[in-house]
Design a protein around this ligand. Structure first.
Ligand SMILES: O=C[C@H](O)[C@H](O)[C@H](O)COP(=O)(O)O
Length: 233
């Protein structure tokens, strides 16, 4: 699994804290990444102790971990649609957090994450202090159809950014997402109005999903050296 900066102990505290937000009977969105993995392990420990939940995975990696942890799983299409149970709470990490806005997709999972996180009744973000910022300024990952790579790179440039194809570390060629698409990491510098940029990126043909999560978070749990800071987003 991909790891990122920040102390693992801080990530674990955030994950364990968010796992406490899960109630008996809940359908739980299971995020992706090293911080969300701690939450999945903590939920797995609660399942071992008798908690009755169903998980909805956001990636191959989160599904694999949930299976190893003994968390029963449902597909997203089993819990969404008319009359379906829905998702009670989603727990997911972030590459950067500014207020209630996030950049996600460092692990390339943001398309499925956005589906799950956006429909959850309550979306709990887990992070360590290295993820916090006053203004979002990290590159924005974009999942694009393979043939749309050049079209989207041109549109990103027109929007004031610079797109870089994400390349694989242990194979020649690009990273291919769980959905069979490519990833562009798009540098925009500071993003003072993420809502406006999100609208522009979402309107670009060939973009499956961008990594700006604007106003979706309900709560942020930040693991620190001393404990956990919890705030409403
Ligand atoms: O695609 C990956 C996700 O958006 C992750 O939640 C994000 O990259 C944060 O991962 P980590 O907790 O490993 O920093």
């Amino acid at each position: 699994m991909k790891t990122s900066g920040g102390s693992d102990a801080m990530k674990r505290r955030a994950g364990e804290s968010a796992a406490e937000a899960v109630d008996d009977g809940d359908v739980v969105g299971l995020g992706t990444g090293s911080t969300a993995a701690h939450a999945i392990r903590a939920i797995g420990a609660r399942v071992d102790a008798g908690l009755d939940v169903r998980g909805v995975a956001t990636s191959f990696a989160s599904r694999e971990l949930a299976v190893a942890e003994g968390i029963p799983l449902l597909d997203l299409d089993e819990v969404t649609g008319p009359g379906a149970a829905g998702i009670d709470v989603a727990v997911d990490g972030a590459d950067q957090v500014a207020g209630g806005d996030l950049i996600k997709g460092g692990g390339g999972a943001h398309a499925r994450e956005k589906l799950v996180d956006s429909v959850a009744e309550r979306f709990v973000v887990v992070a360590d202090p290295s993820k916090e910022a006053a203004v979002l300024d990290r590159p924005v990952p974009m999942e694009v159809l393979p043939s749309a790579r050049g079209v989207v790179a041109d549109a990103v440039r027109a929007a004031g950014g610079e797109a870089t194809l994400r390349r694989a570390e242990r194979k020649d060629g690009p990273v291919v997402t769980d959905n069979g698409n490519l990833l562009l990491d798009c540098e925009f510098g500071e993003i003072p109005e993420p809502g406006a940029l999100a609208t522009t990126l979402a309107g670009t043909p060939g973009v499956l999903e961008h990594g700006l999560f604007v106003g979706l978070a309900d709560e942020v749990h930040v693991g620190t050296a001393e404990g956990v800071r919890i705030r409403e987003a």
